[in-house]
Design a protein around this ligand. Sequence first.
Ligand code: GLN
Length: 532
Amino acid sequence: MTKYVFVTGGVVSGLGKGITASSIALLLKARGYKVFMQKFDPYINVDPGTMNPMQHGEVFVTYDGCETDLDLGHYERFIDEELNYSSNITSGKIYSSVIEKERKGEYLGATVQMIPHITNEIKNKIIEAGVSSQADIVITEIGGTVGDIESLTFLEAIRQLQHELGDENIFITHATLVPFIYGSEELKSKPTQNSVKDLRGLGIYPNALVLRAPYATPENLKRKISAFCSVPLENVIDSVDVKNIYEIPINYYNQKIDEIILKQFKLTLHRADLSAWKNLINTVANLKNEVEIALVGKYIELHDAYISVSEALKHAGYKYNYKVNIRWIDSEDLEKNNVKLDDIFKGVKGILVPGGFGSRGIEGKIKACEYARVHNIPYLGLCLGMQIAVIEFARHVCGLKDATSTEFDQTTEEPIIDLMADQKYILNMGGTLRLGNYECKLQKNSLASKLYGADNILERHRHRYEFNNKYKELLESKGLVFSGINEASNLVEIIEYPKNKFFIASQFHPEFKSRPTRPHPLFVGFIEACIK
Ligand code: GLN
């Protein structure tokens, strides 16, 4: 039977619960166990797909097309396993399915209630994840902070499971804050004690505590926390601030969190193979050179809106022993009068235009792309970044000065980017984009096929608009190459411009498949071109 590790959080949000959950999963995988991960988000949205990235950060997409919380990106990067629809459960998803069942009459006359109907639905999702993934251990992070009204039903479901399945099958890790008080210059344990009291008030007892603090909590304070919270001293784990998040699993390993969990589960303690991960940390700690890349976006105030892109850039940098620094450029700034692009891009070795929605900031992105093309600066376009590259090329190389996307101008005469036929009659915004894996056939001898070293690839998508094939011949005649095509629907997936040193853009999101130990080929090619 599958066993379950839960990670809850207390005191404040933003403690890095996601990284804690992924680090635990990584260590259990390194011990030879098949792991799967889940995130529970207490908000009412069915998924984060309709949320503004400035509020919520990036929307991560799984191979099967689930729009998820960005923490799933951390999970995949840490455990290098593909997650799926059962990995991100929101209150919205739970409520929708309970209400759907009620309308179908499945509750046979019962009054439908938080307990047991909502909690049973949550428990089903937990058990289902174990069954469908056939994992030995499922690691689930509960979003929010203990004490929030929103997360109460999730915690109640876990309380029931702890009672029903017992310690041999369930391990609860509670992550809290140990604040440093300036003046008295000490760490304080009271918020942790209060948070554990809240958790116990809900009927859940933690098996381990993870203490987020600027430095390791001293032994005497840990003893106090252990005594007041009834958690064994060795199960009180430090989570100190680090420069590089990839160090965290090793910090936990040194404190034996995996051993503690496996012992409680009565599972064999196989030898852990962490050599690849240790090499990675060693590489990151000793990067020899630096390179600066411009990321031209419209949600740049919140760097988390581009977390997979910035991680993918870093991963490719590791391969060449380079630290990648990102110059965050607000595309709207490029639209201002008298803007000096030479100053803005001075010193950057590559320009990246990532995904985005809506017309704000589009003209600035087009300017950035033009600057890259004209000055032969390596360019990587992702999703919207491909649409921008095509519009720019059509306007400035092919003379179609009105070329644009119908997303920005519905009545345009030159809809070079347009809605797919099957998108035209869609009314709902949520969950209706072209999502998840689609095949792409690469043109022989193209830059894309060289970088991938393959003829066919599978990449993840999240968009509604497409390149309009009516314009293909014209653009080709001017030197643009359509090097990746989805043959089933005849959709353009990759464009490149071989006259430049490196100019490539994809309709899909390669950043979702980059791993720290396995950088993505498009990012590898981009960084290689930037440092040459
Ligand atoms: N807004 C564009 C579309 O819907 C691009 C989406 C994206 O960049 N993810 O097609």
